[in-house]
Ligand binder design. Structure first.
Ligand code: NAD
Length: 298
């Protein structure tokens, strides 16, 4: 068997085209477009490249995008004041503070300072609570888990009653995607197991999975023999394993041994080009939704 590739690159393009259409309709009806403020503190190279891509994507779908770069040594109080300014700005519907932040800034304080109604990353405790209670009716779903769910649904994979195994229990990927897949909803209704560093018999759990979602950050952790023949494999891991000497670009690998897994799985996401582009598309979707709520269209 050679697994079908689930292309996040292709699916995210479709989603971004849908968002662009909605933005044009909004502009025609209300004379307004969604506004996204992206705050970058310092010059961490990975953060700079993520923010650059987010800004470029926001502009490509027609958003009003404000890129607000701040120095590495910005005092915490000044950053909180900046967030407050955007919280009060009626033309800004989404606020994104790129993480991680420098050590002198309390990340939790920053996340809690963003209005839950503009928290397009869905990291605020109010949005985490909404996800637990009402999931598909929550205003914002966290971007990477939402992207994973979209990949599964748009690839026509049956989730109802499926065995889903999630490797990893982080707040941004493992825990929320596990909760989302277990919800009573047509895009979920799965039986979910979460495995982590203290799990005994990791391989045995993975072998049961109809849908295996891996977010561990360990290159090649999942071996081909851990995959049930025909299963769907979603590889969230992005691991820099070296540098391409010709291009100077990082060589990225997922948490799954892709070439070997492709011979056993039914469907599989590549790295790069799988979950990564979906995360950005879902950030745009959250910002659009936020503006639609404010304008009374949702
Ligand atoms: P994290 O380090 O916060 O969490 C990793 C989790 O994996 C932990 O809960 C840990 O218990 C588990 N884990 C680690 N090693 C394990 C092992 N050997 N066996 C079993 N469980 C193990 O990481 P994260 O933020 O959830 O990210 C995970 C990976 O996904 C990273 O590679 C990250 O770069 C990537 N990621 C990608 C995107 C994207 O948009 N593509 C977004 C977020 C994270």
């Amino acid at each position: 068997m050679t697994a079908e590739i689930i292309s996040g690159t292709q699916i995210s393009k479709t989603i971004l085209a849908e968002i662009k259409d909605e933005v044009e309709k909004m502009k025609a009806k209300h004379g307004k477009v969604p506004g996204l403020a992206t705050i970058l503190v310092g010059k961490n190279p990975a953060s700079v490249s993520y923010v650059t891509l987010k800004v470029k994507t926001a502009l490509s779908v027609g958003f009003n995008e404000i890129q607000d770069d701040q120095p590495e040594d910005i005092p915490e109080a000044d950053l909180l004041a900046l967030i407050d300014k955007y919280n009060k700005d009626p033309d800004i519907h989404g606020i994104l503070v790129q993480l991680p932040l420098p050590g002198h800034i309390d990340e939790k304080k920053v996340i809690n300072a963003i209005s839950p109604d503009k928290d397009v990353d869905a990291f605020h405790p109010v949005n985490v609570g909404r996800l637990m209670i009402c999931c598909d009716k929550a205003r914002f779903l966290p971007c990477t888990p939402a992207g994973i769910q979209e990949l599964i649904v748009r690839s026509g994979i049956q989730t109802c009653g499926a065995e889903v195994v999630v490797v990893g229990r982080s707040n941004i990927v493992g825990k929320p995607i596990a909760m989302m897949m277990a919800q009573k909803s047509i895009c979920a209704n799965a039986t979910v197991t979460v495995v982590h560093t203290r799990t005994k018999n990791l391989a045995e759990h993975c072998k049961r999975a109809d849908i295996l979602i891996v977010a561990a950050g360990v290159p090649g952790l999942v071996k081909p023999e851990w995959i049930k023949p025909g299963a769907t494999v979603i590889d969230v891991g992005v691991n820099r394993v070296g540098v391409n000497e010709t291009t100077g670009k990082a060589i990225l690998k997922g948490d799954v041994d892709f070439d070997a897994a492709r011979k056993i799985a039914g469907k599989i996401t590549p790295v790069p080009g799988g979950v990564g582009p979906m995360t950005i598309a879902m950030l745009m979707k959250n910002t659009l939704k936020s503006a639609q709520y404010v304008l009374g269209d949702l």
